[in-house]
Design a protein around this ligand. Sequence first.
Ligand code: MSP
Length: 652
Amino acid sequence: MSKPFFITTPLYYVNAPPHLGGAYTTLAADTIARYKRMMGFDVKLLSGTDEHGQKIEREAKRQGIAPQRLADSVADQYRDLWKRLGVEYDEFIRTTDAHHPTAVIELYSRAKANGFIYKGSYSGWYCVSCESYAPETDPDKPVPCPDCGRPTEWFSEESYFFKLSAFQDRLLEFYEKNPTFIRPETRRNEIASFVKGGLKDLSISRVTLKWGIPLPDDPAHVFYVWFDALTGYLSGIGLKSDDAKFAKYWPADIHLVGKDILRFHTVYWPAFLLAAGLEVPKTVFGHGWWLSKDAKMSKSRGNVVDPFVLNEVFGSELLRYYLLREMVFGQDCNFALEAIIQRYNSDLANDLGNLLSRTLAMISKYRAGRVPSPGEANGDAQVRELAARVLENYRNNFDDYNFSRGLENVWELISRVNKYIVENEPWAIAEKPNEAKKLDSVLFHAAESLRLIAALVAPVIPKTAQNLWEQLGLDGKVTSVRLTELHWSEELAGKTVRGGASLFPRLDAKEVFKKIDSLMEQAENKTEAPAAEAPVTKAGDLAAQITIDDFAKVDLRVATVLEAERVKGADKLLRLVVDLGFEKRQVLAGIASAYQPESLIGRKVVVVANLQPRKLRGLESNGMIVAASIGPGDKPVLVGFHEDVDNGARLK
Ligand code: MSP
């Protein structure tokens, strides 16, 4: 019986179309799932959508459609994208699926029966974008969201609470006893110090929100969206709908998430589960972010984080390879189209593509298409030894979710074999009959290395791997290889290679950019059309009128960014030092998702200069940077000037 392995992606919000970040998390999850299947596990990969809550309700209202219609359309887009990207998920849970509320109610009822739910009233500042509560509760002092820096909204209403405060010690003890629960390790320390700082009880119901699951014992309330969505990991694997499946696969082996939502998964989630007497997942891995370079990119290029467009231009195989090879799992990474082309031309076309085409061409030309048995050539033993080492290192790295290192290991072998071929000069020895054994060996070693390589790259680039497999003359599916048993062998000897079309035709950067620009234009035109029917700025969305005197109270100034760095523990915040001409000061800005700190140095920005100082994450922010907020994802775009403007100049 194979061991079960249950892996999940986050359940994505349906207020906006799928984004590159979500595609990345899901591709990483799919890669792990494929790897584990090839390691002999009985794998379930769960993905899905998070469809309730304020954020969705508002976006549906803005578009003038029912929330369910918005959810249906975006959930379909997610499923379509996963198919295009070659994601083989086993389960897809939507929080509007008929069997989902039963699981939410089960979790709630168990926690309640165990004494962890009580009724009270909630007053505080809430961030609709993060669907999370700010810790401050003074109604006269609006606070920005501690995570993203956006303005929060005041809520005051009756609410049911979850006794999160009762879990502070249990959680700390749990982290201590389960050192691989939160990964990477740096994130574990951050979460532990957050918990040590004290946990307040959590409001888990809302009466002013309609778009949600009603509480069973007080249906005027609906569940707080995170309580609802996290439970998707249980309903998605059968809690209250398929007991046998649930018993087999829960607890999850790994929840894969971006670092932005690690706190919900490693503080709230285990507390909910412990309160309900359910097992806690084994690992939550918070990976880093893809950052788009800087504002200097052309509009259309800067926007090319649309995964549908990327997939259409580059194809799923290249996109998968680039994303998994480029990002060190756990760290942030810059997203650049040039780097995708570079990876293709060097790693795929040049290294792997050349190795395959020259090997097959020589086997066809010198041995009538049949792989010979090995003889003896210079460097045979080193190639075999390296192959054994690579197999081991690759497995260690993939077991540790370190895909970029694992792929580096494979490319070490590819480079070595390319070099080995050149060193043995097969084209020269082919002329000499007494060197036949040597030539046999070169051809065999190259082909056998390619067999191993095909199996090793299969979790990341499955179509390419299968193609390689078939071109080498092998039958069946490369995915039926058991990686635990994969080793150097002579099974290829005597097989007839098939050859085939070149795996990686050249990619021309100019052509690629042209295609992207035209696709982005089409996509923009498509999204603009419905907006005409449902204007973005309805009168109802405008803030209340003010007088010119009110406006004069806001002192907007031009400044230059002198320093910029990330704020530890706050993924969306940057700490900037700006020069206002008459003084330099520190300002915190929630723009880290769109700007690399180094790209901002020397840039002109607009600052609200007379805003009361406030503290965010223990740092004082003296003013606010002005940015537009675009798209349903509220991407921040800094305000700028076409002419040169002196620091300190006032905007009137
Ligand atoms: N609905 C919640 C998750 C609930 S899980 C029970 C949510 N959804 S989301 O649509 O906003 O997706 C967030 C996830 O998208 C992140 O955790 C991460 O997996 C991925 N990413 C979004 N932007 C990203 C980058 N720029 N880079 C990498 N991944 C990021 O939060």
